[in-house]
Design a protein around this ligand. Structure first.
Ligand code: ADP
Ligand code: ADP
Length: 228
């Protein structure tokens, strides 16, 4: 469970990015954060893996304050999928997926097994894709690899910051289906940022509507459609 308690974030230049922000995200739940550009979505995400410290307030993961975690263990246990595809161009797809498992000193054959399993999960034939370089994949395929790379070492929490924004509408629908299927299979805690309401409603167990650093409404998609 991730819990934000009364978070305030003021950047060094005086910009107030979040104020009075309180949110509980249950274990195994996918929560979408939605709101206009600049409303504080990315700031919220970066606080979960301590890339940004709150100015005021507390954040807990599984009821322990995030500052009490060893920062490396915290980050190893959080997969981050970024808006811009961040695969390393000189590394093969398998090497890209193996980055965190390598740091965790997984055995070669375990990494191979995991890579195959993950590629299969998103419909990329491992015998074809394992050895390819990112430039030999389409944008949608690269994005899929970005998603499974974040899952590679089996983190408890996955952060996705507009992972599909650079993707054509058809691949995007396919990726949304992938994420829904994944979520049903693996039941991870996922925080998913988007500025697309259809995407937020389609994916979220709960949808958190944000505006100007504050929460406007948190509801299930069903409730949100009935009580907008
Ligand atoms: P979103 O992800 O919803 O677009 P952000 O969390 O990126 O919003 O930004 C929230 C607000 O904080 C915006 O006004 C943005 O310009 C500002 N901001 C973000 N990062 C910084 C920073 N490092 N320094 C100053 N202001 C920032
Ligand atoms: P988003 O993907 O949410 O639109 P932005 O494009 O606003 O994010 O921000 C991209 C990066 O620039 C982020 O790392 C954010 O922290 C930083 N940033 C955003 N606004 C500012 C700002 N006013 N001053 C400094 N850094 C900023």
């Amino acid at each position: 469970m991730i819990e934000f308690q009364n978070i305030k974030k003021v950047y060094a230049d005086g910009t107030e990015a979040l104020n009075n922000f309180s949110l509980k995200i249950n274990e195994g739940e996918l929560v979408t954060l939605i709101g206009p550009s600049g409303c504080g979505k990315t700031t919220t995400m970066k606080m979960i893996n301590r890339l940004i410290e709150p100015t005021d307030g507390m954040i807990y993961i599984n009821e322990m304050a995030i500052n009490d975690y060893n920062i490396h263990e915290l980050r190893w246990n959080i997969g981050y999928v970024l808006q811009e595809i961040a695969l390393f161009p000189h590394m093969t797809i398998e090497e890209n997926i193996a980055i965190v498992p390598d740091m965790k000193k997984w055995k070669r054959q375990d990494i191979r097994k995991r890579t195959n399993e993950l590629l299969d999960m998103v419909g990329l034939d491992p015998s074809v894709y394992r050895q390819r370089k990112p430039s030999e994949l389409s944008g949608g395929e690269q994005q899929r690899v970005g998603v499974i790379r974040a899952l590679a070492a089996d983190p408890d929490i996955i952060l996705m910051d507009e992972p599909f924004s650079a993707i054509d509408p058809i691949s995007r629908e396919q990726l949304q289906r992938d994420i829904r299927k994944l979520q049903q299979e693996i039941r991870k805690t996922i925080v998913f940022v988007t500025h697309d309401m259809d995407e937020a409603l389609a994916l979220g167990d709960h949808v958190c509507l944000m505006k100007e650093g504050r929460i406007v409404q948190v509801d299930t998609p069903q409730q949100l459609v009935l009580n907008p």
